[in-house]
Ligand binder design. Structure first.
Ligand code: GLN
Length: 487
């Protein structure tokens, strides 16, 4: 048999059911691989060996005592969790010094639902500080490296989860997507990544960045592996008043008939600055869908170019409010001379990174009395226009297909200290968050440097099932998702 860590999640699940392998063996294989290669990749901030092995033993007991029963597909499967999601008793830093040493007394609902189904938590994966970034370079604990080329970024902010999945240190990982943070790192690392509809998965226990944009998602080696994770995490949670009560759709992956499917290709997503190899690979994938019977239509989302300025007003505005709670009193370490208000300023000044401080200032400015209408109020109005673009488009098409990012993984340090050029990397992912709709990123090729290229589908609010069936049909007919970096 190949290495255990080379199995997909569903292959590992079948091996567990057949008794060919135990969860303890799978978990040890992942922990060994983390020990062997994570010094180079730096996907993990915390590895929870003892917790993982205890959960694995519990899973193995379940397989023994309840054989023949229909057990959850994630039972006994080792996964990683982005370090912005609380796991009870496990250090949760958000990639920030200001939460160093914080151990949450409860777990995020998304995590709890997987743990109750028997998933094994290997540890907490790296992220840009408070999920603000597109490369993990903003993590206070060091950058993660792209397993395909260690000099490149893995994307961000869920760069740790994406790198961990691509480097086969875990079978799947939980991420979050406020403006692209699941889809873009998935594309950069050649894995599949799901951004769910706003409200589909509870945000309880997800440490807030931009509350009207934040969504929980997942990354895995292929789309079929994402389905059981999505189904378990999704669904109403009374602990999050924005989580929707709509029923969770059943995900069917038995070779959908694509002849009924209308795919829209927005002309605003094929613009100057798009790396030609990305365009070629995405257009070839769209052709493959045409070949499988789907109808392809050119569409227009005319307000696309406003997504970057709108997002970079709304997200920092919400962040500035959400991050007000880190004051050196309630969480993490305190710095300063021991008196108020000096401690407050020194703690925040020393323990927040530059990008977080930049956004707190931007957001506070945009929300201040004299400027609220001109900036935040105006941004909300344009956000509605962006959402209306999608509403109009989805009258004529079922899915929208487009690139995930303008380029493949860029070099570590490539954006230097030019935050604006980094923000522009998000041009294709931000609109889905502003509109609250789901997206799915999956590999469709490689560039001439051997770096993965991703494409994304977007679907109407709560229509995740549509994303899954179309993209899975593509993966059944292609093999991009089956190549892995040598490490
Ligand atoms: N890159 C975007 C930002 O910096 C999106 C991040 C995210 O989705 N968490 O805000």
């Amino acid at each position: 048999m190949a290495e255990l860590t080379d199995l997909s999640m569903l292959e590992a699940a079948s091996a567990l059911r057949a008794g060919d392998v135990s969860s303890t063996e799978l978990t040890r294989a992942c922990l060994d691989r983390i020990r062997a290669i994570d010094g180079d990749v730096h996907a993990f901030l915390t590895v929870t060996d003892d917790l993982a092995l205890a959960q694995a033993e519990a899973a193995d007991r379940k397989f023994k005592t309840r054989p023949g029963e229909e057990l959850p597909l994630v039972l006994g499967i080792p996964i990683a969790v982005k370090d912005v999601l609380c796991v009870e008793g496990v250090p949760t830093t958000c990639g920030s010094r200001i939460l160093e040493g914080y151990r949450p007394p409860y777990s995020a609902t998304s995590v709890t639902r997987l743990v109750e189904a028997g998933a094994v938590i290997l540890g907490k994966a790296n992220t840009d500080e408070f999920a603000m970034g597109s490369s993990t370079e903003n993590s206070a604990y060091g950058v993660s490296h792209n397993p395909w080329n260690l000099d490149r970024v893995p994307g961000g902010s869920s760069g740790g989860p994406a790198a961990a999945v691509a480097a086969r240190m875990c079978f799947a990982a939980l991420g979050t997507d406020t403006g692209g943070s699941v889809r873009q790192p998935a594309a950069f690392c050649g894995v599949s990544g799901l951004k769910t509809s706003y409200g589909r998965i509870s945000r309880y226990g997800l440490i807030a960045y931009g509350s009207s944009l934040d969504t929980v998602g997942a990354l895995a080696r292929n789309i079929a592996d994402l389905a059981p994770i999505f189904s378990l995490m999704a669904g109403h949670d009374p602990l999050d008043s924005t989580s929707v009560t709509d029923p969770v759709p059943e995900i069917r992956l038995n070779g959908a008939d694509l002849r009924e499917l209308r795919i829209g290709v927005p002309k605003e997503y094929f613009i100057e600055g798009l790396q030609p190899e990305v365009e070629t690979a995405v257009r070839e994938a769209i052709d493959a869908f045409r070949g499988m019977g789907a109808e392809i239509r050119e569409i227009s989302l005319p307000h696309t170019d406003l997504a970057v300025p709108v997002y970079y007003l709304i997200a920092p505005a919400e962040a500035s409010a959400n991050l007000a709670r880190y004051d050196g009193v309630r969480y993490g370490p305190r710095r300063g001379p021991g008196k108020y208000p000096d401690d407050y300023f020194v703690t925040r000044g020393e323990l927040f990174g530059d990008e977080v401080k930049r956004r707190i200032m931007l957001g506070t400015y945009a929300l201040s009395a004299g400027y609220y209408d001109a900036y935040y109020g105006q941004a909300q109005k344009v956000r509605t226009l962006i959402k209306q673009d999608f509403d109009a488009a989805f009258k004529d098409v079922d899915l929208i297909a487009c690139p995930v990012a303008p380029t493949t993984a860029f070099g570590i340090g490539a954006h230097g200290d030019d935050p604006l050029s980094m923000y522009l990397e998000d041009v294709f992912t931000l609109p889905a968050n502003l509109a609250g709709i789901p997206g799915l990123s999956f590999p469709v090729g490689f560039d001439s440097d051997g770096l993965p290229i991703g494409m994304q589908f977007m679907a109407p609010h709560l229509k995740e099932a549509q994303l899954f069936s179309a993209a899975h049909t593509y993966q059944s007919a292609t093999s991009w998702h089956t190549s892995w970096p040598e490490l």
